[in-house]
Design a protein around this ligand. Structure first.
Ligand SMILES: NC(=O)c1ccc[n+]([C@@H]2O[C@H](COP(=O)([O-])OP(=O)(O)OC[C@H]3O[C@@H](n4cnc5c(N)ncnc54)[C@H](O)[C@@H]3O)[C@@H](O)[C@H]2O)c1
Length: 436
């Protein structure tokens, strides 16, 4: 540019009609200092313009940069889940979030009294009862379920409620949602279902749990894992306290579930220790109630369906193996107390009332059909002999204990099964979960 200016000036100097060339001899024969003065005078406006442009440029550079970043984020935010980034950019991030590298909730949600809660597996048996309680409390509930064993019918009464969202999604794939709490239930729970595709079961337990813990870390949500009494395997300690490490076959047909849940517990604890995630672990013992899958191979649903269909009750082995049976409303209360409390766990959540399979068959006979027959079959592989929770820890730290006895809870389940099997109007359509 400067060479062009020089060139132009030089050209102008030799132009015969240039008004400055009135004294042609003086202009043509300028002395060197005079010449440079002239050049300086000619270039001054351009220099001033140059300085002005660069001043303006450097003055606005930071805001241009800022604008550029925001517009990048704006573009990203076309995905609803990325909305949190904008909130974060708007400096809602606190030091705690920053230190833990997590993305906080959108503004407005954090201060809301009612929580936004994700329930994976929320269309299943336990999950749908939990949905009912949280909706009753006024929370915003999001259910994520792939309907492997769950059913839309279990939560259909909430569809249309603005506080409720139902998403068909497999937890083996990541998902981004803004929530305060995650109840992670997604996993087939009955042997028939978890043995159906054992590799998928372990993937759900490992990859699915990893994905949900990753989400908890990202949005700073509290995470509750529904583990199982199966982590104790065929226990050598009776009753089982949380301190017992279990006796589990790592290569058996049930291992995809038992070991899967053990790994899920490990992952939860490692995210807790390593990334500061608030985790809660519940070890659930046999639970029954309305909305259980009818032919899922679990002993209570098997006996009830068989008695209602006038089929013999199938008892595996000698029928002397024991189980404890917890009504679903007791479990849901325990899960909520655990989530809201300050203790990580693990906590046994179950009913310590212990029944042999034969005793359970008798209660079913008394409730449904006193003439129902009992048929013995060979026992299944790795079936634990004894199962009874020690719930002292939950009693002491959560102030929780079950309140519904088997004789109170069973009729509620029977009426739901009757309704689903025969469309009997006497049934309650699965809404009778609250026996307490
Ligand atoms: N019911 C019990 O007695 C019992 C005992 C111990 C532990 N648990 C645990 O409690 C949780 C709930 O059990 P439940 O009895 O309600 O079982 P369920 O089979 O009725 O519910 C599980 C739900 O998870 C969903 N699901 C399964 N795999 C999924 C996936 N990959 N992605 C998304 N959704 C998926 C199913 O469709 C279903 O809705 C399970 O984690 C189970 O291991 C239950």
């Amino acid at each position: 540019m400067s060479s062009e200016l020089i060139h132009r000036n030089q050209t102008r100097e030799y132009q015969p009609d240039n008004p400055r060339n009135t004294d042609s001899s003086s202009s043509r024969h300028n002395s060197p200092p005079q010449k440079s003065r002239n050049m300086l005078r000619d270039r001054a406006p351009f220099l001033l313009i140059g300085i002005a442009i660069s001043t303006l440029f450097f003055h606005f550079l930071p805001s241009l940069q800022h604008h550029h970043d925001s517009s990048f984020i704006q573009t990203e935010l076309t995905l609803p889940t990325r909305r949190v980034l904008l909130e974060e950019h708007g400096s809602t991030r606190n030091n705690e979030d920053e230190r833990k590298g997590r993305v906080p909730l959108a503004v407005g949600l954090k201060n809301k009294k009612n929580k936004r809660v994700l329930i994976t597996g929320g269309a299943g048996f336990v999950g749908s009862h939990l949905v009912d309680r949280l909706m009753e409390r006024g929370d915003n509930v999001i259910v994520v379920d792939n309907y492997f064993t769950g059913r839309k019918e279990n939560v259909i009464h909430h569809i249309g409620n603005p506080n409720f969202e139902l998403i068909r999604h497999d937890v083996v794939e990541p998902i981004l949602l803004e929530v305060d709490q995650i109840y992670h239930l997604a996993c087939p729970a009955s042997p028939v279902h978890y043995k159906f595709n054992p590799v998928k079961t372990i993937k759900t337990n490992v990859v699915g749990t990893l994905n949900m813990l990753g989400l908890a870390k990202r949005v700073g949500a509290r995470f509750l894992l529904t583990s199982t009494s199966e982590v104790y395997g065929d226990p050598l300690q009776h009753p089982q306290a949380e301190t017992y490490w279990g006796n589990v076959n790592p290569i058996g047909v049930r291992s995809c579930y038992d070991e899967g849940k053990r790994v899920a517990e490990t992952l939860a604890m490692d995210y807790h220790r390593g990334a500061g995630i608030e985790v809660r672990i519940a070890r659930i013992f046999n639970t029954y109630g309305p909305r259980m899958c009818i032919d899922d191979g679990r002993v209570v649903s098997n006996f009830v369906a068989q008695a209602l269909r006038k089929e013999p009750l199938t008892v595996y082995g000698d029928g002397k193996q024991t189980r404890s049976f917890q009504y679903v409303s007791d479990l849901v209360e325990g899960l909520m107390r655990l989530m809201e409390g300050e203790h990580v766990g693990p906590f046994n959540l179950g009913n310590p009332g212990e029944f042999t399979m034969l005793e359970l068959a008798q209660v079913v006979q008394e409730t449904i059909d006193t003439n129902a027959k009992i048929e013995f079959r060979p026992n299944t592989e790795d079936d634990p002999h004894k199962r009874k929770p020690d719930i002292s820890k939950a009693k002491e730290l959560l102030g929780w204990q079950p309140s519904v006895s088997l004789r109170e809870g069973l009729p509620l389940m029977v009426s739901d099964f009757r309704q689903r099997l025969f469309g009997d109007s006497k049934g309650n359509g699965g809404k009778g979960s609250s026996a307490a």
